[in-house]
Ligand binder design. Structure first.
Ligand code: ADP
Ligand code: MG
Length: 706
């Protein structure tokens, strides 16, 4: 499809109605350089421009209305900070409506003329009895605008700069018409194999591209959408699945043939508990990867507290037994430190050398650590992002583990590949943030997946209670009770960058109020937040872990991984300000011992609808997967942890939440094709082969198998 004489590769400047100046603007604002880029600038909405409503029959709500009205008054009103707004009054024979613009006043104002008739399009907002539209679309009534050819007109996203350069949605639609005219008679390359198009009853790519912009009716629009969404999701899956195949065919791995002495000694002497069925199963899955001769790339998913750390450790022991170095990387200093401490404890007496590396390890300590690492005398390196820095050199890294993968980017995972020669190390990534199936098959689609779907026995559900400020004294009394039973308590405050100063103040106030209720020396308290120096943080954390303080007041720095089994209460202040997965992670800090644990969500009295839903979900269930489903419903997939970093969801037309069915179909069809023709040799699949060949950068090492 990259052929030079392809009309779609004509620079956009040469489209009727564009020219050099607008071409510049289109490129800057929308990334449109060629015909083909404009062609896939899809409408984000369509409006039925054939029916007009009357002012007296429309009301506030989410629906969009189209009116035909006369403007009878307009004025610019100067506000504070030199900001002015434009206010206009429009009427039809049934009533009156106010139109308001806060932005773009400069260029809207000259378009509106008193006494003239306009087509007005927007949402009704209420306010003191008058009907209002804020930032409505507006178009003068002309022969053309009233009697449109197609029933559904496209609405395109634009920017303020485009608007002021005369390229509003309507102008873009005009350009799109010109484009359609230019390419009507040309070939537009079909990407999907003919037999797939037939089997799924899809329309051709060319037809879909025409109909997506100018559908004559709902059926045409649906057919176009289905076709283009399928195509997009299909090629996303092709990219993931084919890369997995290429990797498995071509990327050899070190053979960890034996389970040796260290593993066995650990298993029989150090492990204090029976592994859960799920832990045993995933350990087997990992073991079979490690001896296969192919590089492992496995995701280990398991809810908070499901016992991933032991599995990680046993995996590392296998690596060490086979003569290799291993490393485990965590997203925060505290978590890395904690892994270091708990792993050190678990391997005591096994004759294993363990090292710790973070940005705070400096000078001679770092120098000698790096030297031992390169000499091969360190078996396990625990650390933060520092581990992947280029100055960190291993003697023979055979296995790398990434904890809380969603905090790292795909790039960081990839950079571990180069830490070892001649082969890349085996890679195990772990995440405690359960994500819905549809999402994981997209963002982790190139990994094999193991799931720990069982908690260690004896875990009790964490009682989750929602309280508002009026119940604070009750809370204090409850905390006092728990402390008298010998338990420990977390109190967590939100801290976000935008309101950092105020948040830190809140934390400080909260700390002082707790001091007031739980005075020294009878009670001892720790405080931890991200702005503290690392040694101070560690000191405070350590005191809490050793049980020398009963209360830890902190920000979310403790969110992941911290393990203090004696802590039974998690109080989350301003719970309404946290996201669902964050609340769930925080709650996972308690309930790690044998005692009944509690999570108390403190919030203000008045809550938004979404905040209420988040809090109710937490109260209703402890199940991480259920929570992640609700989370995705509320936030949309683009905002889920791990998604943005993956960059995989920069989808043009589909939405993996709404298009779950199409996604699953695309995945199944793609899998079937690759199952029978993994190197795309079958002539029936030649279009797919062409696609891969012309998008080589998306398919690493393709050349090695094709
Ligand atoms: P996570 O999956 O959140 O990383 P951890 O590995 O930190 O979970 O384990 C949580 C706690 O459960 C730890 O204190 C660990 O020692 C304990 N644990 C892990 N596996 C088992 C098991 N099979 N039986 C009992 N306790 C276990
Ligand atoms: Mg963990």
């Amino acid at each position: 499809m990259n052929s030079e004489n392809d009309i779609l590769f004509t620079p956009i400047e040469f489209l009727k109605g564009v020219g050099p100046k607008r071409a510049e603007l289109l490129k800057k604002e929308l990334g449109i350089s060629f015909f083909q880029d404009l062609l896939v600038h899809f409408p984000f909405r369509y409006v039925d421009r054939t029916t007009f409503r009357r002012i007296n029959e429309i009301n506030e709500g989410s629906a969009l209305f189209q009116l035909k009205c006369r403007i009878i008054d307009k004025q610019i009103i100067k506000g504070a900070n030199n900001r002015s707004r434009l206010q206009a009054v429009a009427v039809d024979d049934t009533g009156m409506i106010e139109l308001l613009w806060f932005q773009g006043v400069k260029w809207i104002d000259p378009v509106i003329e008193n006494g003239k008739e306009y087509i007005i399009f927007g949402k009704i907002e209420s306010g003191f009895g008058t009907k209002k539209m804020i930032h409505p679309e507006l178009e003068p009534v002309t022969e053309d605008s009233v009697n449109r050819k197609s029933i559904l007109s496209p609405v395109y996203s634009t920017t303020e700069k485009l608007n002021s350069g005369g390229l509003n949605s309507r102008a873009l639609a005009k350009l799109m018409e010109n484009l359609m005219f230019r390419i009507e008679l040309s070939e537009i390359e079909e990407f999907l194999p003919e037999y797939i198009i037939k089997r799924l009853n899809l329309i051709t790519r060319k037809k879909a591209l025409f109909q997506i912009h100018f559908p004559k009716n709902d059926e045409q629009l649906d057919a176009a959408k289905t076709r283009l969404k399928f195509e997009e999701l299909f090629f996303l899956q092709l990219r993931l699945l084919l890369n997995k195949i290429i990797r498995k065919k071509k990327i050899k791995g070190y053979v960890f043939g034996q389970v040796g002495q260290k593993f066995n000694e650990f298993y029989s002497e150090k492990l204090k508990f029976e592994l859960t069925g799920a832990q045993k199963r995933v350990t087997k899955e990992i073991r079979s990867d490690l001896r296969s001769g192919i590089q492992m790339n496995r995701l280990l998913q398991g809810d908070v507290g499901s016992g991933k750390t032991i599995v990680a450790l046993m995996t590392m022991l296998i690596g060490i037994d086979n003569g290799y170095q291993t490393c485990i990387m965590a997203p925060t200093e505290i978590l890395a430190q904690q892994h270091f401490n708990s792993i050190s404890e678990l391997i005591k007496g096994l004759g294993i050398n363990i090292g710790f590396l973070s940005g705070n390890i400096k000078g001679n300590v770092r120098k000698s650590l790096l030297a031992s690492l390169e000499a091969g005398s360190i078996d396990i390196l625990v650390g933060t992002h520092a581990v992947i820095e280029s100055w960190v050199k291993f003697h023979n890294l055979g296995l790398a583990i990434i904890d809380e993968q969603h905090r790292f980017g795909v790039k960081q995972r990839a950079s571990l590949w180069h830490k070892s020669k001649p082969l890349p190390p085996h890679i195990l990534v772990m995440t405690a943030t359960p994500i819905p199936r549809t999402l994981s098959m997209t963002i982790y689609g190139d990994l094999d997946v193991s799931v720990i779907d069982e908690l260690p026995p004896g875990r009790k559900n964490i009682d989750t209670i929602h309280l508002n400020e009026s119940k604070r004294l009750k809370l204090i009394k409850f905390l006092g009770n728990q402390i008298s039973l010998g338990r420990q308590i977390y109190v967590v405050y939100p801290l976000i960058e935008e309101s950092e100063k105020m948040d830190l103040q809140n934390l400080q106030d909260g700390y002082e109020s707790m001091l007031h209720h739980f005075p020294r020396p009878e009670y001892q308290m720790s405080i931890v937040h991200g702005k503290m120096k690392s040694p101070d943080k560690d000191f405070e954390m350590q005191r809490f872990k050793e049980g020398r303080t009963q209360i830890l007041v902190s920000t979310t720095v403790i969110e992941v991984g911290v393990d203090v089994p004696n802590a039974t209460v998690m109080v989350i202040e301003n719970a309404e300000r946290f996201g669902l997965s964050q609340l769930h992670q925080l709650r996972g800090r308690v309930g790690r011992g044998a005692e009944q644990s509690y999570c108390i969500l403190m919030s203000s009295y008045k809550l938004s609808k979404d905040a209420k839903e988040r809090i109710n979900t937490m109260v209703r269930t402890n199940n991480g997967f259920e929570i992640s489903e609700v989370d995705m419903q509320l936030r949309g997939p683009g905002d889920m942890e791990g998604v943005r970093q993956s960059g995989l969801l920069d989808l043009k037309i589909s939405n993996i939440l709404e298009d779950e069915k199409i996604l699953k179909l695309a995945r199944t069809v793609c899998q079937e094709i690759l199952d029978s023709d993994s190197s795309l040799q079958n002539p029936a699949n030649v279009r797919l082969k062409n696609y891969v060949n012309s998008n080589r950068s998306l398919f690493s090492s393709w050349g090695r198998i094709s």
